[in-house]
Design a protein around this ligand. Structure first.
Ligand SMILES: Nc1ncnc2c1ncn2[C@@H]1O[C@H](COP(=O)(O)OP(=O)(O)O)[C@@H](O)[C@H]1O
Ligand SMILES: [Mg+2]
Length: 246
C-alpha cells in the first residue's frame, strides 16, 4: 500500500530512554491512510514505547513525529483532537462505571451530546455484544468483552487513526481471532488506519497490510505482511528472546 496513499502519521529516527534503559533506538515507522500496520516483536522489544512516543506519552531523546508530513510535537490531548486514538494494553476499562459510561468517556473531545450519542450508537453496531450490557458495570464483563469495550471506547471519538496496544493479551485464541476480525472490519468499513502492537505474530499478520519487526529497541525488518512467513527473521527475533508465539 505504501506509495499509493498519503502518509498519515510517522515516527522518524525516534530514540527513548527510561533512566539508563535504552528502550527505543533510531526507530522509523509510518502509517498510511487506510492501512493496518503491525508492530511485532518479543516482550521488551520497544513496541509499546514506540506507540507511546507517537502519541506523546513518553518523551523522545531524539527523533520526531510527522502528521500529514508536517512535524508536530505530540501531546496526548492534541493527538486526540487530531483524530488519533490510543488504546493502551491491559484492557483498561473503568470497572465501577457502566459499559455506557465507559463509552461516553471515549467521546470527551466531542463538541456536543448529540454527536456523542450518535457515535456511541454507531460503535454499538460494531459491537452488538455490548448492547445488552450497557447498564452493567464494566468490571463484570469477560476479558474479551472488556477488550471490545476498550476498542469501542476508542472509536467513539470517530478517529482516523487507532493505536492499539496488544489487544490479544491474556485472551484465549478464539477470542483473539474475534478481536482481530473486529479490527479488520473497523479498518475496512470505517477507513480507519490502525497501528496494532502484537507479540502474537501469526494472527496479527493475518489482518495487517504491512508489519515492522522489532527487537531490542530497533526495527529489524519492515515488509508487507505476506512477506514475513519463511523469511527467517521472525524465528530469529523470537528465538533469541525465547518467547516465540504463533
Ligand atoms: N516505565 C519504564 N521504566 C523503565 N523501563 C521501562 C519502562 N517501560 C518500559 N521499559 C523498558 O523498556 C523496554 C521496552 O519496553 P516496551 O516498550 O514496554 O516493550 P514491548 O511493548 O515491546 O514489550 C524494556 O526493556 C522495558 O523493560
Ligand atoms: Mg508492550
Amino acid at each position: 500500500m505504501t506509495g499509493m496513499n498519503e502518509i498519515l502519521l510517522a515516527l522518524q529516527n525516534a530514540s527513548v530512554q527510561y533512566g539508563g534503559v535504552r528502550a527505543l533506538e533510531n526507530v522509523t515507522t509510518q502509517i498510511d491512510e487506510g492501512e493496518i500496520v503491525a508492530l511485532m516483536g518479543p516482550n521488551g522489544a520497544g513496541k509499546s514505547t514506540a506507540l507511546k512516543a507517537l502519541f506523546g506519552i513518553v518523551p523522545m531523546t531524539e527523533g520526531r513525529v510527522l502528521w500529514h508530513g508536517k512535524k508536530i510535537i505530540p501531546v496526548p490531548y492534541e493527538m486526540s483532537a487530531r483524530g488519533i486514538t490510543f488504546v493502551p494494553q491491559g484492557r483498561q476499562v473503568f470497572k465501577s462505571l457502566t459499559v455506557y459510561e465507559n463509552l461516553e468517556l471515549g467521546g470527551y473531545s466531542l463538541p456536543n451530546r448529540r454527536d456523542l450519542k450518535n457515535n456511541i450508537e454507531s460503535v454499538l453496531q460494531f459491537f452488538p455484544g455490548l448492547k445488552p450490557k450497557l447498564g452493567v458495570k464494566a468490571g463484570v464483563l469477560s476479558g474479551g468483552q472488556q477488550q471490545m469495550l476498550t476498542i469501542g471506547r476508542g472509536l467513539v471519538a470517530d478517529p482516523k487513526v487507532l493505536l492499539l496496544d496488544e489487544p490479544s493479551l491474556g485472551l484465549s485464541p478464539k477470542i483473539v481471532q474475534e478481536v482481530f476480525e473486529k479490527v479488520r472490519e473497523i479498518n475496512l468499513s470505517r477507513k480507519i488506519a490502525v497501528v496494532i502492537v502484537e507479540h502474537s505474530v501469526k494472527s496479527v499478520l493475518s489482518i495487517a497490510h504491512r508489519a515492522y519487526l522489532m527487537s531490542h529497541g530497533k526495527v529489524i525488518a519492515s515488509r508487507n505482511a505476506g512477506e514475513f512467513e519463511g523469511s527467517g527473521e521472525l524465528e530469529q527475533a523470537f528465538l533469541a528472546s525465547g518467547t516465540m508465539r504463533r
